[in-house]
Design a binder for this molecule. Structure first.
Ligand code: FEO
Length: 390
């Protein structure tokens, strides 16, 4: 992929368009890119390697871009295998390379592979690496998204190499018609979402830098309108809703709970709520529904009772939200149960563990199918969820 950053900084990353599941859990219909950058100066520096799945294509990009220059440094921003998977190949190609990482990088590195005997430089917060006319400064970014993560700022061209931060699903060779935010948001909440505090810390460090370009490890290079991207990251990492709206996530066995969810959406819309999204947890991409749960300020969970609990896809959804630190939202509950409804108390027991989640009343219980006798309670729940968004 020919992507121009500047005369002396080359993109040498690769697209992975046939991976079935990223991290063995996220569908990526448009693939994903593993970004890697090469700085050519008196000294040369490679910013991360790529997943072993794409090692050969990447190695060709590297050797072509480097030509007859030697490679001096490999900066290891992040050890997750989608970025460290080709380090051994790199050392095989350039045995004189010096690895640059922090203390945690080098403590964890031998867990991934037997590290050959190469030079290493251990950097800490604020350390510099002079390359000639370019200088890299390192900033630690623990838990964005692993403990050893660090970002690098190149002060001549004012580039932030941001590791997974500002990353996005989608191969660079495939145009994303939905724009940056859609797949960046799905990536953020599902992969980095638990670590809002560390992201806030990194944003505060970045605020002190004059940044013209952000080079993440996935997705496009960002070189204009940076306030937009940084603003979204600030909203997301502070667990503030991005938009007003109601997500209704339902878990329905035979369709009746789904019908009740759709009816509730219709009632809420009729009350003037502009954005109401209905999602079928049994069939839709769970990561997309997680993204919407964080995106909007309110949510209704509608679940069928099952085995004295709730239909499993709802429990899985709530556990995902719990592990991603879902918080600061208003939630309504609808349950279905044909003989002994248990879904509401099961869903509530998970929601109650979350920080600053307000559960609105009433909890609506239907028995098998929605009946006229349920309509008053449905109206009341709709009123409560609409009022809570004012
Ligand atoms: Fe792209 Fe956390 O690895």
């Amino acid at each position: 992929m020919a992507i121009t950053i500047s005369e002396n900084i080359k993109y040498i990353g690769v697209d992975d368009t046939d991976i079935d599941l990223f991290e063995s859990q996220y569908i990526v219909p448009n693939g994903v890119s593993y970004n890697s950058y090469l700085i050519l100066d008196d000294k040369t520096a490679l910013m991360d390697t790529v997943d072993a799945r794409c090692m050969n294509e990447w190695a060709d990009n590297l050797t072509n871009a480097l030509g007859d220059k030697k490679l001096d440094y490999l900066i290891i921003s992040h050890l997750e295998p989608d970025h460290s998977g080709s380090i051994l190949k790199l050392i095989e190609l350039y045995p004189d390379v010096t690895l640059v990482g922090n203390a945690k990088t080098f403590a964890m590195l031998p867990q991934f592979f037997d590290v050959p005997d190469v030079e290493k430089i251990t950097v800490k917060e604020g350390d510099h690496l002079e390359l000639g006319s370019h200088t890299l400064t390192f900033y630690m970014a623990p838990m964005v998204h692993w403990p050893e993560v660090m970002v690098s700022y190149e002060s001549t061209e004012k580039i932030l190499f941001s590791a997974d931060g500002f990353g996005k699903f989608g191969a660079l060779s495939i145009e994303d018609e939905d724009g940056w935010a859609c797949e960046a948001r799905r990536y953020y909440f599902n992969i980095v979402g638990k670590y809002g505090g560390p992201v806030q810390t990194l944003l505060k460090k970045a605020a002190g830098l004059d940044i013209k370009t952000i080079c993440p490890l996935h997705g496009p290079i960002l070189d204009e309108n940076l306030e937009y991207y940084i603003g979204l990251y600030d909203t997301w990492s502070s667990y503030k809703p991005e938009n007003k709206g109601v997500l209704i996530a339902f878990a329905s066995i035979h369709g009746n709970t789904g019908k009740a969810a759709e009816k509730l959406a219709e009632i809420i819309r009729a009350k003037g709520e502009e954005k109401v999204v209905v999602s079928d947890l049994a069939r839709e991409d769970m990561a997309e529904v997680i993204e919407d749960a964080f995106r909007y300020d309110r949510m209704i969970v509608a679940g069928a009772s099952y085995d004295a609990g709730v239909f499993p896809c709802m429990l899985e959804f709530l556990h995902h939200l719990q592990s991603k630190a879902y918080q600061n939202r208003t939630v309504g509950i609808l349950e279905n149960g044909s003989w002994a409804p248990t879904a509401a108390r099961t869903m509530k027991s998970v929601l109650e563990t979350m920080k600053n989640v307000t559960i609105v009343e009433p909890t609506v219980t239907i028995k098998t199918t929605l009946k006229e006798e349920n309509m008053a309670a449905l109206e009341e729940l709709a009123d409560a969820i609409v009022a809570s968004g004012k």
